[in-house]
Design a protein around this ligand. Structure first.
Ligand code: DOR
Ligand code: ZN
Length: 356
């Protein structure tokens, strides 16, 4: 059989994205807007987006930064803190502009200092979310310094997520950017589908976790552009993630977690966590799905399951990828300096056809 030469997808959505603000937003946003119709925008700015008005203002800045003619829609989220009240949840939900709350355990990752210190403190807010149908997005890692960094996701599931899911069985939950076989198994086992086949508990998968294991961090030396949180895991876990992504199971869908950091903040003694994948996101997912001969499953993963989970209409329009090998640029302009995209300088098999 000859290999597929073009692949047309319904216009996809990115259900986990960092867009930053100011000059960084200006340079990061067009990469996403050229591929995706919508994106769930993470609220971990400095200061974090905790109130409805902040989210509305941030949405305004995103819309103002869009290239002309772009119809990209940012889907806003709020950052949960110990002080998030049920009233804040209700107000956010009734605005129609806020699609989820994000839970960062305090100290888990970039700009998570104002995160939740103890889950019990946000139970009243979670109760309100369950009542109105607002999804909870979870950065699922414990922050206990005694827990090995490679075990933090699995320990979070065992110590916290199982109890939380039992306490709020009707709460819609997305376990974000999962990295382990343990997370895949938990989502499959704990998540029921409703009558429409929509899950209550789902997970997003990044391209970098589908394509790389932890060896990538150390190949020939320290590789800061592969450092993200949760950190890459061993190959058996990557295989479990590929199984989940390509299985056609609606509980697993696309969320790039593209997390831009300027080159000088990555290539330094204490580098920031985050892989910048927005510039070649769909091409990276194609490479991952092709490893399993599963390109025919990419449309559901990228363009259907996530929208169904969030209760959003499926996008109209399409994007086309071509089998046209190309070299990813070594660096791209970013916030008056530069940024290194994932797979910089490397050959990629698939390329997005840019609308002319
Ligand atoms: O690698 C990461 N980068 N993981 C996160 O959870 C946050 C993100 C960021 O904002 O840079
Ligand atoms: Zn993230």
């Amino acid at each position: 059989m000859t290999a597929l030469q073009t692949l047309t997808l319904t216009r996809p959505d990115d259900f986990h994205l960092h867009l930053r603000d100011g000059a960084a937003l200006r340079d990061a946003l067009p990469w996403t807007a050229r591929q995706f119709a919508r994106a769930i925008v993470m609220p971990n700015l400095k200061p974090p987006v905790v109130r409805l008005q902040q989210a509305l203002d941030y949405r305004g800045r995103i819309l103002a930064a869009l290239p002309q003619d772009s119809d990209f829609t940012p889907l806003m989220t709020l950052y949960l803190t110990d002080d998030t009240t049920p009233e804040m949840v209700e107000e956010a939900w009734s605005s129609g502009a806020v699609h989820a709350f994000k839970l960062y355990p305090a100290g888990a990752t970039t700009n998570s200092d104002s995160g939740v210190t103890e889950l019990k403190r946000i139970y009243p807010a979670l109760d309100a979310m369950q009542r109105v149908g607002m999804p909870l997005l979870i950065h699922g890692e414990v922050t206990d310094p005694d827990v090995d960094v490679f075990d933090r996701e699995a320990v979070f599931i065992d110590r916290h997520l199982i109890a939380l899911h039992r306490a709020f069985p009707g709460l819609k939950i997305v376990l974000e950017h999962i990295t382990t076989a343990h997370a895949v198994a938990y989502v499959r086992e704990a998540s029921e589908l409703d009558a429409q086949g929509v899950p209550l508990l789902a997970a997003t998968l990044t391209a970098h976790h589908l394509l790389h294991n932890r060896n990538a961090l150390f190949q020939g030396g320290m590789r800061p552009h592969y450092y993200c949180l949760p950190v890459l895991k061993r190959e058996t876990h990557r295989q479990a993630l590929l199984d989940a992504a390509t299985s056609g199971d609606p509980r697993f869908f696309l969320g790039t977690d593209s997390a831009p950091h300027a080159r000088n903040t990555k290539e330094t003694a204490c580098g920031c966590a985050g892989c910048f994948t927005a510039a070649n996101a769909l091409e990276l997912y194609c490479a991952a799905f092709e490893q399993r001969g599963a390109l025919h499953r990419l449309d559901d993963f990228a363009s259907r399951f996530g929208a169904a989970f969030y209760g959003l209409p499926r996008n109209t329009g399409s994007v086309t990828l071509e089998r046209t090998p190309w070299n990813v640029p070594e660096a791209l302009p970013y916030a008056d300096t530069d940024i290194v995209p994932l797979h910089a300088g490397e050959l990629m098999e698939w390329r997005l056809r840019v609308a002319s």
